[in-house]
Design a binder for this molecule. Sequence first.
Ligand code: HEC
Ligand code: HEC
Ligand code: HEC
Ligand code: HEC
Length: 433
Amino acid sequence: MTMRSSFRSLVGLAFFTYCGALYASSIVDDIEQNVHLGPATCATSQCHGKSAPVAGRNVHLDEYTFWIDQDYHSVAYRTLQNDESKAIATKLGLESARTADICLDCHADNVPLEKRGPKFKISDGVGCEACHGGSEKWIAIHTEKSTTHSDNVAAGLIETDKGEVRAQVCLSCHLGTKDKFATHRIMAAGHPKLSFEMNLFTTNQPAHYSVDQDYIDRKGFIPGFNLWMSGQFESAKQILSVASARMFAGSGVFPDIAFYDCDSCHHSVDNLRWTRKRADGLDPGSFRMHMPNLVVLDSIMQALGKVELASTVDAKRKDALVAAQRSEVAFKRAAESLENELDRASDELNRQYTDAEIRAVRRALLEASAQDKASDFAEAEQVIYSFETLCLTLDEMDKCLPVLDQFYDSVKQYNQYKPRQFSKVAKSVVGQF
Ligand code: HEC
Ligand code: HEC
Ligand code: HEC
Ligand code: HEC
């Protein structure tokens, strides 16, 4: 059964519980709490090493084979051996990308030595336990019939089935944390720019599980729309908290400019783009902080009738934009206040939505873009990812594909990105949705 059909069959059930409060410690602490036994431990043919999904069993059982063959994460360490990584390492003055913690922290399961079991190999890259948590305490029980999902979770299995937890797991590498981050120094040495949208990235990983009735019986059901929304909220909050911890933590006169819109510095000066409307209260020539999820969250709140909430969040967003070029103290204060408001908003929006409401949100995203509100590159990217995700959730890809092609075309290269072209595409298609 697909996610989509499960949504139909389960409309009306109270299924999603938000448990962010349980995660006061960081997700990386939780992942690293117990010993990591290594993917080889999961790989035997009786376990997750079958060559294809096995019918009639609750999980596919080919997860290891699938990870090796298709999942980007199994090559994450190998990437550190390629020429691109060698060039980055040389520019950064590293002896080798394969041994540098600043690379291994995201391209492998770089847990402390005392947390590595006998079959653990750093060269396995981003293995099962980098997302599912150290298996030391659940490896034995998780195959027993009498064990429930919550038993496994109590033994340290990470609740990747819950939207906000999954988002925190993925974002720990796809955005960074206070302890690991793709700084502007790393970017300028040649590292690709990072971007993330949880549902789309889960699809592209690609997913090694099916949300069928058995899955729902064991883990409950969270509609795609709600997963997407938690991804958006978590991303917005994580950027603020990582920026609060790191933006001004360097030793130079400048903050870490990787937190700002890349394109605001890297576009050609012949391509003038400042307009008062687009600037959100910033003067011409200002640093513009990256907060790409806020434009998406604004569209969600507008479309769902939370107009007052939207305007409070928007005022705080503008405060944070301005504060991000004033001082560390001003920024931390504004970031905290915005983060708290986002917490409140995500609680308030936590309910089930109809297809009509989801369509209204999709339309609001296009309207915001048509009005040139999604003007920096990363914002446009979030709109496009979100549009695609909502089309998938609504099972309307046929209708969306031609539009998506045009959208992706407009963001092909960030240093040649033209905000007006993006908004023109949005304007020309909004009537169809
Ligand atoms: C904060 C986490 C993080 C850090 C630190 C990091 N990377 Fe990455 N890296 C990623 C992610 C995530 C991707 C995939 C980006 C995408 O495609 O969305 C990636 C992609 C890459 C790619 C491109 C891979 C491809 O298939 O095209 C290279 C090369 C690379 N990283 C090398 C390095 C090197 C060398 C270092 C150390 C100097 C490093 N990375 C540090 C997270 C990180
Ligand atoms: C990049 C993160 C990531 C990696 C790496 C990863 N998984 Fe997963 N896995 C997930 C997510 C997300 C889900 C879906 C949410 C859930 O049910 O927890 C999932 C679900 C599962 C499920 C549950 C399916 C079900 O029906 O309950 C199994 C089993 C599983 N993974 C095994 C593995 C194994 C074995 C590996 C290593 C070979 C692995 N995973 C690597 C993220 C990951
Ligand atoms: C421990 C760090 C880490 C975690 C946790 C992690 N990733 Fe990744 N991810 C990477 C790195 C590094 C790459 C780049 C792999 C490469 O090509 O070398 C990557 C690549 C990807 C790609 C391919 C990107 C592309 O170029 O198209 C997808 C999709 C992806 N990850 C999804 C996820 C999802 C979904 C989660 C959470 C369930 C997740 N990742 C968690 C580190 C991580
Ligand atoms: C505040 C302005 C500013 C922002 C924002 C900014 N950069 Fe830069 N970037 C610079 C400067 C200055 C240099 C050094 C240029 C030089 O060496 O000629 C640079 C250099 C680079 C280089 C190396 C260029 C070269 O010729 O070697 C890359 C790649 C790069 N930045 C990527 C990024 C990415 C990706 C982002 C967003 C995550 C970003 N930058 C954000 C100002 C900025």
